[in-house]
Ligand binder design. Structure first.
Ligand code: ADP
Length: 456
């Protein structure tokens, strides 16, 4: 500021001196020199003002232009003014850029959310939505921008929720991609915020709902399975208490009671096996089990079961390739193998043949297969056989001590060993259950005699 005042005074002084010298040289007179000095000073003042104005105009033009990197004037008051403005503009630009980056990061985070996110304005028009919301409601982020949300999502339960404006709770509705064979259930919740705006969140709860339905079914099934033998037991106890029975009758009733008790025991034992399978860590890949020994044990148990159920045994043919070992849990594999062999015995009439094959595969894997000549299973039941408590022949299953959990246990064991279960059957002709083990769980050290056929 001081320099500015000095330059102004210097201009005026110079103007006055130059005018006085000019007057002294060309028309010397005492009064003329004084007047010309004043005129010179006035002229210099105008000149200085014009020069200053032109610098101010340059700064003005520079401010109006988009390009503010190079300042228009570098020195003096206008220069400092320009430099300070440029600094402010730069700081401002940087702050806007940072805000922009943070907004983009925030939107990217919302985009990555598996839940649907929709931002609605005061009129419930769509301001922004992420990909999950597009998928859940069948919307398009560009096309449907500023459209009224309730005009696009017309599900009756959502419409009722939306018009009631009861946003303290969520609402369940089918997703856009929902179909009868593949239902999709959404939980939608509107959260009002700020100045009348709303945040709408949608969550795919299909799996949760299915798990809840399965849990309900499971509890109902277990209760039903236990209630039946309990009712029978209760009836027998009452009979024994109220009626005077002969020794033979009493013995027969006690026999029947023992059967029901053992049925409950099998059920509890299968339930415990299932819960152990679900809760325990995956089977070891370092513990090697000799398949020959394991299947041989099953062969003896199958013979006993056949004699118990049918009074005689089937033609049990075991073709076991020796030298085969499996990595996994011996107890789990025994349970899976015996469930399949046991089912073959239970659902195949005596006299018919049951064939069990264990052999190495060309790709390094191994096959465990059970073929029976039993009643077979109709095609429509096959996909559901491994569901808990699913039975095709309910009475045969119960009569032979079945719990309806055998194949569910097999499926779990197979999955835990990275294997595959396949089922094929022709009603009236027989069934074939196969487990294919992956190469990393199989060790094959062939011996001179590769296959042995044992007829029990
Ligand atoms: P269960 O204890 O009732 O045998 P599973 O889970 O082992 O239960 O089998 C489910 C159903 O599949 C059985 O109830 C039976 O109807 C059918 N099933 C299983 N194995 C055979 C088979 N080898 N032959 C015919 N039906 C079978």
């Amino acid at each position: 500021m001081l320099i500015r005042l000095l330059s102004f005074a210097l201009f005026q002084g110079l103007g006055a001196i130059l005018a006085a010298i000019f007057m002294q040289v060309f028309a010397p007179s005492h009064g003329g020199v004084v007047v010309s000095s004043l005129v010179g000073a006035l002229g210099a003042t105008y000149f200085w003002l014009l020069w200053d104005l032109s610098r101010g105009l340059r700064v003005m033009r520079w401010l109006r232009s988009e390009e503010t990197r190079e300042v228009a004037v570098e020195s003096g008051l206008w220069g400092e003014f320009s430099i300070r403005i440029r600094r402010l503009l730069r700081n401002n630009e940087r702050a806007v850029q940072q805000r922009d980056e943070r907004l983009q990061e925030f939107l990217a985070a919302m985009q990555a959310s598996p839940n649907g996110v929709v931002l609605l304005d005061r009129e419930f028009r769509i301001e922004w939505l992420n990909e999950s919301a597009e998928l859940h409601f069948g919307l398009d982020a560009r096309r449907d921008l500023l459209q009224h949300f309730a005009n696009l999502v017309r599900d009756p339960s959502f419409a009722a929720y939306f018009s009631a404006k009861d946003f303290d709770r969520d609402v369940l509705m089918p997703g856009r991609a929902s179909s009868a064979s593949l239902p999709v259930r959404l939980s939608v919740h509107v959260h009002p915020y700020g100045d009348g705006r709303s945040l709408l969140l949608s969550r795919d709860v299909t799996a949760v709902e299915q798990a809840e339905a399965m849990r309900r079914d499971f509890v109902a099934n277990v209760s039903h399975e236990i209630r039946t033998p309990l009712t029978v037991l209760g009836g027998f106890v009452e009979t024994l208490q109220t009626l005077s029975l002969t020794d033979t009758e009493r013995a027969r009733y006690l026999d029947l009671m023992a059967q029901q008790a053992s049925r409950m025991q099998s059920l509890v034992s299968d339930l415990l096996t299932l819960s152990r399978l679900e809760g325990s860590p995956p089977p070891s890949v370092h513990e090697w089990i000799d398949v020959g020994l394991l299947v041989d044990q099953c062969r003896q148990e199958a013979g006993e079961l056949a004699r118990l159920l049918w009074g005689q045994t089937h033609s049990l043919i075991f073709e076991i390739q020796s030298g085969l070992s499996l990595a996994g849990s011996a107890a789990e594999l025994h349970s899976a193998f015996f469930n399949l062999i046991g089912n073959a015995v239970r659902y195949t009439p005596a006299g018919k043949s049951i064939r069990v094959i264990v052999r190495a595969m060309d790709d390094g894997g191994a096959l465990f297969a059970v073929y029976d000549q039993g009643m077979g299973i109709a095609q429509e039941h096959i996909p559901r056989l491994t569901e808990r408590f699913y039975r095709v022949d309910r009475s045969r299953s119960r009569d032979t001590g079945g719990t309806g959990l055998g194949l569910a246990i097999v499926k779990h064991v197979v999955q835990r060993h990275g294997a595959e279960l396949s089922i094929a059957s022709v009603p009236g002709e027989g069934s074939n259950f196969q487990i294919l083990f992956p190469p990393h769980r199989v060790q094959f050290l062939p011996e001179p005699a590769p296959a042995e056929a044992i007829a029990a």
